[in-house]
Each structure stands twice: as C-alpha cells, then as structure tokens.
Design a binder for this molecule. Structure first.
Ligand SMILES: [Zn+2]
Length: 532
C-alpha cells in the first residue's frame, strides 16, 4: 500500500470514529449506545478484511473516538478535534467511519476534509456505507452524496479532462509545461515542441562544464553571479520576476539534474492531489513521462551521466561550501557508517570523523572517533590510485584516442570535407559554362538564352567561391586556436601523474574507501588493474 506521496507504507495506524446521528439522539440511552457499538463493530470488521488484502501491512489501532449528543453540523466536537490533533501529530494515517454523516453533516466542510485535508495529511479516509475510499484514487473517487453539485462538480470534471489531455500529450513527448527550462523556447511553429534559445543554451553549457570540473553548486552559483550572468528568469524574460539577481545553488542543481538537456522530454514529475489542493506532490522517477529525442540536446549523454555520478558521490556531504575530493566515498570500517569531514575555520587541517560516533558516540558508547587528518588520507588514496591504476595506462594509446576525439580535429575534418565538395561543385559549374559557350557557338541557343544562362551560372560560381573562402578562413582559425590551447601531450602527462586529480576520475575508479580505527585505509576499486 502506498501513501499520497507514493512511498510504500507498511504500517497503518487507524482511527475509528463514531458519532450519533440526529435521529438517534432522541432515542433511549440503550439504543444510543447500541448504535455507537454497531458503528465500531462495522469498522472493526472492515479493518479485518483490509488485513487480508494488504497482508504485508501492520495494522495498529490508534484510537476509537466517539462524539455523542453533538450535532453533525459542527466540527467543533471534542473527539473529532482529538482526531484532528492525532493526525497533525502524524500518529494516524487512516480514518474509518460507518457512513459519511458520522464525519459531518455540513457537506462543504466534510467535502473539504475528504478531498483536501485528509489527502494533504497523507491520511486515507474510508466510509463503509458509501464505499468511499480516498486511497483508491483521490481524483476519481466519486463521492456523490456530499458533492456540492453546482460549480464544484464542474470544476472537478474540467480539471480531470484537462489532466487527461495533458497526460496524453506527455505520453507522446509533447511539451505541456508553461515556460520551458533555460536554454529552450517554445517552437513558434509548434507550441508542443521545444527549440534552442541560444543565450540560455550558452549558460547551461557553461554550468555543465563547471560541474564536470568538480565545482560545487555553491561555487558555480558564485562564479555565475560574479560574472554577472543574468539569472534564468531574466534570460527567459519571464513574467515571474525574481527578487534576487544572484544565482542560487538550487537553480544550478535543477539545471544539472534535468534530463531534458539531453534531448529527452521529461515531464509529469509532479502532480496535485486533486483540483482543490494546491499542494504539489513529487512523483517517483518510474512514473515520469520520459520520451527520448524529442528536441535538440544541449549536453551529450556522457556529460550528463558524468555529472549525475558526481552528484551521487556528493550525497553524504557534511559541509556544504567545501568540496573534498573523497567526499561521500569514505566509510567507517568498524560500523559501516559514512565518514564525515570536519572543517575548522581557524585551523588549516580538516579531520575525518565517523558519523555514527559523532551522533551517538557519547550517549551510547558506539564506535570510535576515527579522527585523522583528511589531507593525509587524501594523499594516501591518490598515491594508491597512481600506483594501482595509472601506471597501467598506455600513454601512446591515450594520446591517439584523445587526438581522434579532439573536437577541433573533428571540426577540421568536417570543414575539409566541405571545401572538397565546394571545389567539385565549382568545377562542375565551370564545365556547364563551357557547354553553354559551345551551344552558343553551334547556334543551339539564342543570344538571350545565352546571356541568361551565363548570368545564372556565374552567380552560382560566385556563391560557391564565397562559401569556399568562408570555410578556409574558419579552418585557419581553428587550426591556430588549437595550437594554442590544445596540447594533448600535456593533458596526458597531467593525467598520468595525477597532478590535477579530479573528482570524476576518482568516482569512476573507486567504489569505496574504508577507514580503520588505527588510521589505515582499504580502497575498493571499481576496476581491477591487470595482472602481470
Ligand atoms: Zn564508525
């Protein structure tokens, strides 16, 4: 069984609520108590049946509450208020009554509880007689007996219809959101399709690049703010103005985690309980609508995956603004909990600490501090990587590979192709020109036709030649630029000597590091070095 947030529930804490209805209040004391008793028995039987349906759930009775002699038109009943407070304290996640009128007679307020208050508090409400069960489907549940039939019903139906249409669109990868994410705009020719918005695209590319270089979210936000890069709402000329002009780490995170930048349409991440509730619910990833290749990508899949890998390893971070190379990778050998890194402002050193010890060590005498210089441990790990992995790297093979994958050389290749094609085209046009002269000489065409053909062909040749010049200029530029910036040898040397250790490489190489209480470490590699 699942709650409204689609988390699996294994414990159901239920409240049985009984109330005397108006007619019964006039009856004898005996009749009244029998009525209450009957209501409770019915509810209990219902729970017994539930236990057979949800066998892996543990059912616990939190309370049996009853209000007698108090009108159902007010919710100011003693036990009903108890019910409210138990739910607010998160002590119960299910409420059961015999029928709706037990809950209340004021249908607007009752409605409110069923459609809004209970769902928002993650409470399942069951009314046995009307067969109402808010768990079954919070939207489609027809609670006819208490619906305010006029506007309410209309709003509900419309909301359902719109929801359905949007759902259909999302399933085929049509954009149904409002404002597209930074870097995209709505295609002027098709409002369900996204196209690149160049200014935003540039910023998105830069953010991914900074993340790959292992800058923390905070740091990326700072860099962009310092460089006076406008925030997304400004770039997008959004109607909703942001108060701050500073980039926040949250908006950086949203961008870096958004798969939409790989060209896949990702929608349906959130939902609302129903048309009345404003509360947004985040759905688990299995329920999102992800359609591949619906629009042009801004980052390639490999870059995106690498950034997600860095995210994963940074999950157990202890101090936000400091980014440690080994953050999230070290575990306590003794108790298997994460090893945190403590930073002291007035000291230059950072220290490791077992997070389990830090939390419970004093109170419960668990584990030991595992307090060592973080810098020393980092040194040990880097040394081990160098020794165990990098010495097996074939430098020449690496250089060759890098050269092939080099973006610049790829561009050069493409341009050279274009130049060749252009030269062929010009030769062809010149040939045609010769033919036209011949035709003129043989009186096959008139002087008018001749003049016309010449004009057309000369224009075409002129165009091709100008293109050719453009390609050659570009080619020259790229070759010169790559001479300055791209020294494959140096990059490979840096890599092999690990002089610029980077988080991504470490995450790819190392699964986890165990820190022993005597200060030694055990490193578990994801890849095994070859044996000789
Ligand atoms: Zn420990």
């Amino acid at each position: 069984m699942y709650d409204n947030f689609f988390n699996k529930i294994t414990t159901i804490n239920y409240i049985i609520y009984a109330r005397l209805s108006k007619e019964e209040q006039g009856k004898s004391k005996e009749d009244q108590s029998r009525s209450i008793k009957n209501q409770i028995i019915m509810c209990k039987n219902y729970i017994e049946e539930e236990k057979n349906i949800y066998v892996d759930c543990l059912f616990t009775e939190v309370a049996i509450l009853k209000d007698d002699g108090i009108s159902g038109t007010t919710f100011d009943r003693e036990d009903f208020q108890k019910l409210v407070s138990l739910i607010e304290q998160k002590k119960a996640n299910m409420v059961i009554t015999k029928d709706l009128s037990r809950l209340g007679r004021d249908h607007i307020q009752t409605d409110d509880y069923i459609e809004k208050w209970f769902p928002e508090h993650n409470v399942r409400y069951v009314s046995i007689m009307e067969n109402i069960d808010t768990y079954v489907d919070s939207v489609s549940n027809e609670i006819a007996p208490i619906i305010n039939w006029s506007n309410e019903n209309f709003a509900r139906q419309t909301s359902k219809k719109i929801k359905k249409t949007f759902k259909n669109y999302r399933e085929v990868g049509k954009w149904t959101g409002g404002e597209p994410p930074l870097g995209y705009k709505i295609d002027p020719q098709n409002k369900y399709h996204l196209v690149i918005e160049p200014k935003g695209k540039e910023v998105v590319e830069r953010i991914f690049k900074l993340a790959l270089e292992n800058n923390s979210l905070d740091k990326i936000a700072k860099i962009l703010t310092n460089d006076k890069v406008p925030i997304p709402s400004v770039i997008k000329k959004s109607k909703r103005k942001s108060l701050s002009e500073h980039w926040s780490s949250q908006s950086i995170k949203n961008i870096l985690k958004n798969e939409i930048y790989t060209g896949n349409m990702v929608q349906g991440k959130t939902t609302r309980l129903n048309h009345k509730s404003k509360k947004i619910i985040y759905l688990p990833k299995q329920q999102w609508n992800i359609i591949q290749n619906t629009h042009e990508a801004i980052v390639d899949k490999q870059t995106f995956d690498s950034v997600q890998l860095i995210f994963k390893s940074n999950k157990n971070k202890t101090i936000k603004s400091y980014d440690y190379l080994l953050k999230g990778l070290i575990k306590c050998h003794e108790c298997n909990h994460a090893i945190g890194i403590q930073h002291y402002k007035n000291r230059s050193k950072n220290y490791t600490i077992c997070s389990f010890y830090r939390k419970y060590g004093n109170k419960m005498n668990v584990c030991t501090a595992h307090r060592f210089s973080y810098e020393e441990i980092e040194k040990l790990v880097l040394k081990s990587i160098k020794k165990n992995c990098l010495k097996f790297v074939d430098k020449n093979a690496l250089i060759q590979k890098l050269n092939k994958r080099d973006y610049a050389s790829n561009q050069v290749f493409k341009l050279k192709e274009k130049v060749e094609k252009g030269l062929k085209e010009i030769a062809k046009l010149n040939n045609q020109l010769d033919n036209i002269y011949e035709d003129k000489l043989n009186d096959i065409i008139s002087i008018e036709q001749f003049k016309n053909f010449i004009k057309i062909k000369k224009n075409e040749i002129e165009y091709e030649e100008s293109q050719l010049k453009r390609y050659n200029d570009e080619l020259k530029k790229i070759i010169e630029a790559s001479k300055e910036n791209f020294d494959v040898n140096k990059i490979v040397d840096d890599f092999i000597n690990f002089s610029k250790p980077n988080k991504l490489l470490i995450v790819k190489l190392i699964d986890k590091i165990f820190l022993n209480q005597n200060g030694t470490i055990d490193i578990y590699y994801k890849i095994k070095p070859p044996h000789y």
